[in-house]
Design a protein around this ligand. Structure first.
Ligand code: NAP
Length: 290
């Protein structure tokens, strides 16, 4: 059992804006309890204009580390003293570890995404055509991961087309063998691209409140795996429509667990209790959706 919270308790947490939807506190606190670790995980609602102060204040407060979620993953890079190879390559940080008063930025979204894609969908991206909707912090990590895993073709669609174009040019430089293209999320050609791909990944928040990230759903087909990073709610209109059309569907729950497990290991040096974390997230999300 985890000891009582006291003066020795080590604090970690998540910075996001908004952050109320996060299931990470339930997941990490359950993991700390199960491992008997004197740690506490808290959610901090940090506005974008306060990110610098919040991050630079971590060593002063003795906080061991934080996760970063929407919208902080890219902006945080400039405040890191050191970056892991993955964080440097993707230009996005989702885990910060404080070591000797310095901030080291990691990106565990890559590992979380690939593990869950393989475990939940039995999908390997090698030689496959993939459409990614979104080019924010998590969209960057996922697109780099897919290119690294040798996807044959990548289409990145984003509301702000320039952001997708920038990401495409960065990936092209690092992985010249991947056929890659950017397009606006509103483009009529997205349907055609989805019709001929085998994996569609939604990395936008569209679906959390019942929205559809794509206007044409006829392109969703039986040979397709649709992966929606959203986990609250557990199913989105995109996943429901994909199911109706015979596609395989995966929600963001297991990615949350695997990226969180990698953060847990970075902060504590201990092996994460995956099954405890999965159960805690599922219970938390079900509780919220009631
Ligand atoms: P982010 O860095 O803030 O990027 C947000 C992305 O969503 C951008 O591509 C943005 O497009 C797009 N977007 C936001 N609002 C939109 C709207 N109203 N219409 C169309 N596009 C919109 O956030 P992030 O960290 O990448 O997170 C993106 C999503 O993935 C969130 O829903 C987050 O909860 C989820 N996520 C899940 C996991 C998991 O473990 N399951 C892990 C990471 C992220 P613009 O460039 O045009 O602004």
């Amino acid at each position: 059992m985890k000891p009582e919270i006291g003066p020795e308790t080590k604090v970690v947490g998540v910075f996001g804006y908004p952050v109320k939807h996060s299931a990470s506190p339930a997941m990490h606190n359950a993991a700390f309890r199960a491992c008997g670790l004197d740690y506490l995980y808290a959610a901090f609602e940090v506005k974008p204009e306060h990110l610098r102060d919040a991050l630079l204040g971590l060593p002063a407060l003795g906080i061991c580390g934080v996760n970063l979620t929407i919208p902080h993953k890219e902006n945080a890079i400039q405040y890191m003293n050191e970056l892991s190879e993955e964080a440097a390559a993707t230009g996005a940080v989702n885990t910060v570890v404080i070591e000797s008063g310095k901030l080291k930025g990691y990106n565990t979204d890559i590992e979380g995404f690939l593990e869950s894609l393989s475990e939940d969908a039995g999908f390997t991206p090698g030689e496959k055509k993939v459409v990614v909707l979104g080019a924010g912090g998590a969209g960057r990590a996922i697109s780099f991961a897919l290119a690294k895993e040798k996807a044959s073709e990548l289409i990145i669609a984003n509301r702000t087309a320039r952001r997708a174009e920038k990401l495409v040019s960065e990936i092209r430089q690092k992985f010249p063998e991947v056929k890659i293209k950017a397009m606006p999320l509103s483009s009529n050609s997205i349907g055609e691209e989805i019709s001929s791909c085998t994996l569609l990944v939604n990395v936008t928040p569209l679906g959390m409140k019942g929205e559809m990230p794509v206007s044409n759903t006829e392109c969703l087909h039986e040979g397709l795996t649709v992966y929606d990073l959203i986990y609250t709610p557990l199913s989105t209109p995109l996943l429901e429509e994909a199911k109706k059309r015979g596609a395989k569907t995966v929600n963001g729950l297991s990615m949350l667990v695997y990226q969180g497990a990698a953060s847990f290991e970075l902060w504590t040096g201990k092996e994460p209790p995956i099954s405890v974390m999965k159960q805690a997230v599922r219970e938390e999300v079900i509780k919220r959706c009631k």
